[in-house]
Design a protein around this ligand. Structure first.
Ligand SMILES: *Cc1c(COP(=O)(O)O)cnc(C)c1O
Length: 389
């Protein structure tokens, strides 16, 4: 078992240019998101040029390509340890043969999104908010992607967002006060496209705020340009949820990109997925949430990994998530504690899971325990009589 070094994990550093050093990439190219996207690592040969692969990875890279493409930005690739197949960054992004293992209880659409689409590309599950899938592409592909049925463009199913029908639907749905852009990764769209989509949404009076869900700040921090921040700034209130799973992903480039977003007044949240061998311990999660707070990001949700096909090797017992929350609550600030949720298999939406701090409760009193296990009694209010002197 490796010893976890909190101080080392919480420190911000850059891994650039890492595996690219020998090729002498000029800094202006490295810092250009177009260069990063053009030079993504995709093939077995490209991956093997840098990493010592194990057989499960080599077979995975060859066999999973028709299910979910593999692609990693050079920025993110540099965080992978060459000789360590258990590296927490590597487990998220390098395919493994386990992705082809079949469990009939796993699904291609684990959150039941396809059956909640009034218009292709628009998922309307909750009364007052919708999920708007604006692209099927990402900067890099997470191997546990809950939307792998449509994401990356290599599978049988394709995302066919009906733009005009979607805007029509939103214009005629006054109960929708909150639109969440996702995909794929919305920040992969050009500045111009984003500007147009946001301005169209903003022209709908009943939409009170807009959110973007994106892993670009982690995979491709070079995309968080001052120009992009200026565009986003025009559409406040606009929130952004990022997706970081391990403190090592928060490099100095990521920190600087997040600072630009925060300085543009964008409230930042993090949605992380609980993954076996990646972040399934209190100590990793504590370092992650502390480092997020240093970047002005509030941990928002911690997701139990969805029952997506080929994810068994990355899923943890539900108990693990509860133990993590219990290990954070009280031990660190409430600002650092995400809500642990399961997106109900088949389409029930997010269900919160919490450790139980109530020992017993009746109409008169409740016996509680605190984070240290000490017990406290809280009596309910009673009808009182005036005190007669
Ligand atoms: C997660 C999700 C939302 C947003 O939920 P919040 O709890 O408001 O963050 C909206 N629609 C769908 C379909 C979702 O999966």
């Amino acid at each position: 078992m490796e010893i976890f070094n909190y101080d080392a994990e919480i420190a911000f550093s850059s891994a650039a240019p890492g595996y690219w050093a020998k090729q002498q990439i000029p800094e202006f190219e490295w810092n250009d998101h177009h260069w990063q996207l053009k030079n993504r690592i995709r093939s077995l040969a490209q991956i093997e040029a840098h990493l010592n692969l194990i057989e499960a990875e080599r077979a995975g890279i060859l066999l999973t390509g028709t299910k979910l493409a593999s692609a990693v930005t050079p920025h993110y690739f540099n965080l992978i340890e060459s000789g360590n197949p258990d590296c927490p960054v590597r487990r998220q992004i390098i395919p493994r043969i386990e992705e082809t293992f079949d469990d009939p209880r796993e699904m291609t659409d684990p959150c039941g999104e396809d059956s909640h689409m009034p218009v292709p590309g628009l998922v309307h599950r909750y009364p007052d908010r919708v999920l708007f899938l604006v692209t099927d592409r990402c900067a890099s592909y997470c191997r546990y992607c809950t939307r792998s049925r449509v994401v990356s463009g290599v599978g049988d199913q394709h995302l066919e967002t009906q733009w005009e029908a979607a805007f029509d639907y939103l214009e005629n749905a006054p109960q929708v006060r909150d639109v969440l852009l996702s995909g794929g990764d919305p920040l992969l769209l050009s500045d111009n496209r984003l500007d147009k989509i946001l301005s169209r949404l903003r022209s709908i009076k009943h939409i009170q705020f807009v959110r973007i869900g994106s892993r670009i700040p982690i995979f491709l921090p070079q995309r968080i340009t001052p120009e992009l921040c200026e565009i986003l700034h025009k559409y406040h209130p606009l929130f952004l949820s990022i997706h970081a799973n391990h403190p090592r992903e928060l490099t100095s480039e990521v920190r600087d990109g997040l600072a630009r977003l925060a300085d543009a007044g964008i409230p930042l949240g993090n949605q992380s997925v609980l993954l076996k061998g990646v972040n399934d311990s209190v100590e990793v999660q504590r370092a992650l949430v502390h480092k997020l707070l240093l970047c002005r990001v509030k941990p928002y949700y911690l997701y139990q990994c969805d029952l997506i096909k080929g994810s068994a090797h990355l899923r943890t017992p539900i108990r693990t998530g509860l133990e993590i929350i219990e290990g954070l609550r009280g031990h660190t600030t409430g600002y650092g504690i995400p809500q642990f949720v399961i997106d109900a298999p088949g389409g029930g939406g997010k269900i919160p899971l919490n450790p139980d701090y109530v020992i017993r409760s009746d109409d008169h009193e409740t016996l509680l325990r605190n984070y240290e296990g000490k017990e406290f009694l809280y009596p309910e209010a009673q009808d009182l009589k005036p005190l007669i002197l």
